[in-house]
Design a protein around this ligand. Structure first.
Ligand code: FNR
Length: 180
């Protein structure tokens, strides 16, 4: 029997009706039984990054994030783009990881989605730079930029675009293989 692959899934949007969160949930729905996804939704609970607060004793929410990531076999990030960059809450979380080694060689899939024709490409590129800095293994085949996301999800957040579904399955496969 193959081992269960544990993935932490993070949406970079705090918005209740977020297309990226809907996309993340849709991806989880497409995942094979061999992959167990745990959603990390604590971005909004993290304090603003401050090196003065960065100690072995805390903050508790930071230790929780690091422990979750350390215990995971891989990471899935789905993010919007704000002001041509990574959403502040997501960048803040990554800043809390810089002094730790929890992302070292950790396989990750990185997806950006936007209603615009560019799909959040600048946030995607910027995110890759930060993940590279903390030695994340962003897997070959695990990078996807999704334009016009508003036309590819229905009201319930389910994927309505067959091509996108195939692309997401390919990303899942790449992540699965990297974590096996
Ligand atoms: C945006 N949006 C946006 N989109 C983009 O592709 N590049 C950008 O720089 C920005 N900037 C931006 C700033 C602000 C203040 C808002 C409110 C929005 C649009 C954004 O992609 C869109 O709202 C997405 O739907 C947000 O993602 P979620 O929340 O649906 O996942």
């Amino acid at each position: 029997m193959s081992k269960t692959i544990n993935i932490i899934a993070i949406s970079g949007s705090l918005r209740q009706k977020s297309s990226n969160t809907a996309l993340m949930n849709a991806i989880i729905g497409l995942a094979p039984d061999s992959m167990k996804y745990t959603i990390y939704n604590g971005l909004g609970d993290l304090p603003h990054f401050n090196p003065d607060l960065d100690t072995d004793e805390g903050p508790e929410s930071v230790l929780y994030l690091r422990n979750q990531l350390e215990a995971a076999d891989g990471v899935l990030i789905c993010t919007p783009e704000y002001g041509n960059g990574v959403p502040g809450v997501l960048k803040n979380a990554l800043d809390w990881l810089v002094s730790s080694t929890v992302m070292m060689n950790k396989p990750a899939a990185v997806i950006s989605a936007s209603p615009t024709p560019m799909g959040g490409d600048k946030a995607h590129a910027s995110l890759l730079l930060t993940l590279n800095m903390i030695n994340t293994n962003v897997v070959e085949g695990g990078k996807l930029i999704i334009p016009h996301i508003n036309l590819k999800l229905n009201q319930e957040g389910a994927i309505t675009n067959a091509e996108l579904e195939q692309e997401l399955k390919a990303v899942l496969k790449a992540l699965e293989e990297a974590c096996s």
